[in-house]
Design a protein around this ligand. Structure first.
Ligand SMILES: [Zn+2]
Ligand SMILES: [Zn+2]
Length: 355
């Protein structure tokens, strides 16, 4: 861990005399002492931090070492490790002269499941999403309106650290705000934000696929501090369908047909994404034949042209024939010559040649 800016913590300049250091510590220790702030974790942390800062800066030798090493200073006197050097160079150094960044609320994610039928047409979904919004009572700063905040006496309201700013430019005691909160806003208990269940309408365009994200700008969490809200990302999940399988913009349906339907031909009611239609299966249809209904598939997002619906003929064979049915079927088969099944005839011929 990089050592933080002890001068900033005590709210003093780098030229402070031992007496200035003692006075600053005494004043801040009174303010942040745990006995005076029971149950306040922030106050407890501040108290620990200023005490560590005082322990270093009030010792002439340690102070000299701290002034020389800056963020690489270690209270136990050991030399800094390589990863500590990296951290200091990468983060502290990078933020050295940086201003306080504007807070931005977090992005949120929400998954919407929809059937393939809704993908074909596009749809609207009302969702309830738990999100955080800025408290209306305090406007987000967490202070009770009127008497909730006082000017920070360490930075005198500037929000900036005193003296040469080696580490960070924000005042440690007010985090750069320039004021401190002395009375918390009641509705949000000082958080500046409140949790609500927000009703959001999501417009899902036709043609979406599983894993695609829709971005709803500004519908994520709002930060308490001034700054923009995050975004809401709605993740699409297209449900598995019992009938339809998706192949890009085309949709595939297996169409089970009986042997007599395939041999004799039949009008078959088939499902489409919109409902039902009838197709004519011609006599002599072989299993695996695909009937294509053009423009009955899915559109690509932002397009109106649609893919096709593919109906694949699948032979369904009965497995529970009665003795009478078996006899009838065998009798019928006997009436056929080999030429009735030319594919089988050719197959048998090839087998014969291999003997
Ligand atoms: Zn509030
Ligand atoms: Zn301050």
């Amino acid at each position: 861990m990089a050592t933080p800016d002890y001068y900033n913590m005590l709210g003093i300049s780098r030229k402070a005399t031992p007496d200035d250091i003692k006075k600053a510590y005494r004043r801040l220790a009174l303010r942040w002492h745990p006995d005076r702030n029971p149950g306040d974790d922030t106050a407890e942390q501040h108290f620990k931090d200023i005490t560590a800062a005082y322990a270093c800066l009030s010792d002439g030798e340690e102070r000299t070492r701290y002034d020389r090493l800056g963020p690489l200073y270690q209270p136990d006197g050991r030399p800094p490790r390589p990863e500590e050097l990296n951290e200091v160079l990468g983060t502290v150094w990078g933020n050295l002269w940086g201003r306080r960044k504007k807070a931005r609320g977090e992005d949120l994610r929400y998954t919407v499941s929809l059937p393939l039928e809704d993908v074909a047409t596009g749809c609207e979904r009302s969702i309830r999403i738990p999100r955080q919004v800025r408290c209306k009572t305090c406007g987000g700063d967490g202070a009770q309106p009127g008497n909730g905040r006082v000017t920070c006496d360490v930075c005198e309201g500037s929000g900036r650290a005193k003296g040469v700013r080696l580490f960070r430019s924000d005042c440690y005691h007010c985090e750069g705000r320039g004021y401190r909160i002395v009375h918390r806003c009641e509705p949000c208990n000082g958080a500046g934000i409140r949790s609500i269940d927000d009703a959001v309408v999501v417009k899902v365009p036709a043609g979406v696929a599983t894993g695609q994200k829709l971005k709803l700008t500004g519908k994520g969490n709002e930060p308490g501090d001034p700054g923009p809200a995050g975004d809401l990302f709605v993740v699409i999940n297209v449900e598995e369908h019992t009938l339809f399988r998706r192949r890009g913009e085309d949709v595939l349906v297996e169409m089970p047909l009986t042997f007599s339907e395939m041999a004799l031909g039949a009008d078959i009611s088939v499902p489409t994404l919109e409902g039902v239609t009838t197709i004519r299966v011609p006599a002599g249809t072989a299993p695996g034949r695909v009937f294509r209904l053009s423009n009955r598939g899915l559109p690509a997002v932002g397009r109106t042209a649609r893919g096709d619906l593919h109906l694949e003929a699948v032979l369904t064979v009965p497995s529970d024939l009665t003795p009478a049915q078996r006899e009838a079927l065998a009798a019928w088969a006997d009436t056929l010559s080999d030429a009735s099944h030319p594919q089988r005839q050719s197959f048998d011929r090839h087998v014969q040649e291999r003997r």
